[in-house]
Design a protein around this ligand. Structure first.
Ligand code: F2R
Ligand code: MG
Ligand code: MG
Length: 315
């Protein structure tokens, strides 16, 4: 990756990334899925103290940050157990991921269960949603990101589609941390992407960003077109490029406008918002995020502390 070595990433970008992920997740969770899923989340969307709850997206990101910091790098067995012990049905995990985590918690080695639900492993977006943390941990050495993402993903998501989606998101965060634009991001992702579905969707995103149709014509971005051509589903291939496109389309616009657009797209809103939120927050820093919403979120001290510790590794 071409990075300007004279650019000094501020700590604000780390906090922006982690809080952007958590806020996107928490503020879009009650727009995810169908009527039943939305209704259930509305019932449990606040903690006893009245704080806004996040879902599995943020929980797995916190687990990853804590394991990386505790073990000084990727210890897959430790990370697998950390994911498994944090599992609660009420965080809204994917059905396959839930089964795998319960098996690991029961003592099964992750290598024996990661392909026990699907022969090639899961292609869900559960690996991509936690991959921003890999970019934060390796911010001083982005060459490590690909191998690190593979190792962090395969514990629950061994499928090549899940792993490539996670790499795209992690690299997007890395580019955003360095305050680089969509052109640099696209060139980076083009070199990285091996699977046709991602290559096709990245080309569509590039065309839309280049044309800036919605800005030139003072029109809104068409959410139906985004859903039709980039996807809004639980599979990584249907949500990762969507999140990257939306983050950069809204990069100079308010964070809450971006979330409103994601809510309008429906589908896997919490995860698309978590991934887009991490990219947007890495680029714009914590000052750009709505402070009144951060004040209402659960576990803010933990998120802040991990962001500071991850930042401290590279300075
Ligand atoms: N779980 C949710 N939201 C509720 C949606 C329930 C839905 N009916 C469901 O299918 O689960 N949100 C959270 O889950 C997403 C992350 O999921 P993750 O961690 O990838 O889970 P999983 O179970 O591995 O994959 C999700 C679903 O994708 C389909 N799938 C995955 N791999 C497959 C394969 N190889 N073959 C066929 N289908 C595959 C299955 O339907 C999985 O259940 C995030 O949205 C998070 O917010
Ligand atoms: Mg979720
Ligand atoms: Mg989701």
């Amino acid at each position: 990756m071409h990075i300007d070595s004279t650019y000094h990433i501020p700590i604000s970008s780390f906090k922006g990334c982690f809080f952007g992920l958590a806020l996107g997740d928490a503020l879009c969770a009650d727009y995810e899925g169908g009527i039943l899923e939305r209704g259930l989340w509305k019932l449990i969307s606040r903690t006893r103290e009245g704080r806004r709850r996040y879902t599995d997206d943020t929980q797995m990101s916190l687990d990853l940050a804590s394991s990386l910091l505790e073990r000084g790098g990727i210890d897959q067995d430790h990370l697998a157990m950390r994911f498994a012990t944090s599992y609660r049905w009420s965080r809204g995990y994917g059905t396959g991921a839930a089964k795998i985590l319960k098996r690991i918690r029961g003592g099964a080695p992750w290598q024996e269960v990661n392909c026990s639900i699907y022969p090639q492993g899961s292609y869900g977006n559960g690996a991509a949603m936690r991959s921003p943390i890999v970019a934060l941990y390796y911010h001083h050495d982005p060459e490590q990101i690909n191998t690190a993402v593979e190792r962090v993903s395969e514990i629950t998501h061994a499928h090549p589609l899940a792993i490539e989606g996670a790499k795209l998101i992690s690299h997007s965060v890395s580019i955003a941390l360095n305050k680089l634009g969509f052109e640099e991001l696209y060139q980076e992702l083009l070199l990285l992407s091996k699977l046709e579905i991602y290559q096709k969707r990245l080309a569509i995103a590039k065309e839309w960003i280049d044309n800036k149709e919605w800005i030139d014509n003072k029109e809104e971005i068409d959410s139906k077109r985004v859903v039709k051509e980039l996807g809004n589903g639980i599979a990584a291939a249907d949500s990762c490029v969507t999140a990257i496109y939306i983050a950069y389309a809204f990069i100079d616009l308010p964070f809450m406008d971006m979330l409103k657009f994601i809510q309008k797209c429906s589908g896997d809103t919490d995860t698309i918002a978590a991934m887009a939120g991490a990219i947007w927050g890495a680029y714009n820093g914590i000052e750009g995020l709505p402070q009144e919403e951060i004040a209402q979120l659960e576990s803010t001290k933990e998120i802040e502390q991990y962001a500071v510790e991850l930042y401290g590794l590279g300075v």
